[in-house]
Write a protein that binds this ligand. Structure first.
Ligand SMILES: [Fe+2]
Length: 383
């Protein structure tokens, strides 16, 4: 998140009592009719021991946040500096644990949520969702949003083109918070930027809205990595130089080499394998394909083409028995496009959809679910 008047507050919760695992449930968001979804809180950049809660207000106010246990016992109240943009980083949390929070302005609750912290490096069982090319603000986006919310992921990957047409910050009201405000009050969305998010040249709206996981504050937010349980995720920016020798390429190679996670997933906007209208980005394929295959990245998720597609497992560069499967998931709201089927493809369908992925120690099980709730494709990866 980039913003000059960012209000930051740190919470040090020393010696929190160990809390029991809690069944996840969707809370109601209080006072919703009185406040535009654009001004409701959302969670970002979670780690096993921290969570960031962000919101903004229609006028300057003094913010505070009440952190509670999952059964609503208050743990701590922290005040932040007055302003219109509020960011609280909650720290010293327990991994794999549900918490509730109430976001307040001038002592009045303006929104609530419940999140579960990242399981930590030994976490084997979790579920996440994938969606892309969402930000139309129309009924198609809303119908996929409702399905995704009901499916109840632990977190979400967004393939970019978050906001059409130009990625403007103001678009995050009607084209993001209106369809997703309940989901994002409780669930972290990890994005990767699309070409439309860079529609004004520098993706200011995207970087102002989202807070990316970073090892240190000086790290770029254009590309980043995070781990969730036994999986490591790499968000890559195909709008910025990515060929061999570029800072992004060098970073990716270094991070893949250093990764100790048995599951590795990359996500980016331009698809290196697609049967859709835009066609495969051979630049991306030639630059990163060898890295993905050599370092056992099991699945690469992409968007940009507005359909669903799963490739055959690819060993086009490194034939070592550990192939990479490529997914196109550009169907979360933007106008649908026709799709053919290239020889590298296992399945294609023009459908508004998201993907629900369930992980355990040895297996990934994925379902592509359309806006009517129909499973249009299933696939499994065994490691
Ligand atoms: Fe795109």
């Amino acid at each position: 998140m980039r913003h000059p008047v960012l209000a930051a507050a740190l919470i040090a919760l020393a010696a929190l009592p160990a809390m029991a695992q809690h069944q996840y449930k969707w809370p109601a968001v209080k006072n919703e009719p009185a406040r535009k979804p654009f001004y409701l809180p959302y969670v970002q950049a979670g780690t096993p021991t921290s969570m960031t809660v962000i919101w903004r207000g229609p006028k300057p106010a003094t913010p505070s946040i009440v952190l509670k246990t999952a059964d609503n016992q208050p743990l701590q109240t922290v005040n932040g500096p007055a302003g219109t943009e509020h960011l609280f980083r909650l720290t010293n949390l327990t991994p794999g644990t549900s918490y509730r929070y109430a976001a307040m302005e001038d002592g009045k609750v303006i929104g609530e949520g419940e999140f579960k912290t990242n399981l930590g490096p030994n976490g084997k069982q979790f579920r996440f969702a994938v969606m892309g090319d969402s930000g139309s603000g129309n009924a198609n986006q809303l119908s996929v949003a409702k399905r995704l919310e009901k499916w109840g992921p632990d977190f979400v990957l967004h393939m970019g083109d978050v906001i059409y047409e130009k990625g403007d910050f103001e678009g995050y009201g009607p084209r993001y918070m209106e369809p997703y405000h309940t989901l994002v009050a409780n669930t972290v969305v990890y994005p990767t930027p699309g070409n439309h998010d860079y529609g004004r040249g520098n993706a200011d709206g995207y970087f102002r809205f989202f807070e990316m996981p970073r090892a240190k504050p000086t790290d770029t937010e254009q590309w980043y990595t995070f781990t969730y349980g036994q999986a490591q995720f790499f968000s890559l920016d195909t709008n910025t130089k990515f060929d061999k020798g570029s800072p992004q390429y060098q970073w990716l190679e270094r991070e893949l080499k250093a990764s100790k996670s048995p599951w590795k997933f990359a996500f980016t906007h331009y698809p290196p394998y697609t049967s859709g209208e835009h066609g495969s980005s051979l630049y991306v394929r030639r630059a990163w394909g060898p890295l993905f295959e050599r370092h056992n990245v099991q699945v690469v998720f992409t968007g940009h083409d507005h359909h669903y597609e799963r490739s055959l497992p690819r060993e086009d560069f490194v034939k070592d028995g550990s192939p990479t499967t490529y997914i196109v998931s550009g169907g979360a709201g933007a106008w649908m496009r026709g799709v053919k089927k290239e020889p590298f493809s296992a399945f294609t369908q023009a459908a508004y959809h998201f993907i629900g992925i369930t992980m355990n120690d040895r297996e990934l099980n994925a379902e592509a679910i359309d806006r009517g709730g129909v499973v249009i494709d299933k696939f499994k990866v065994i490691r």
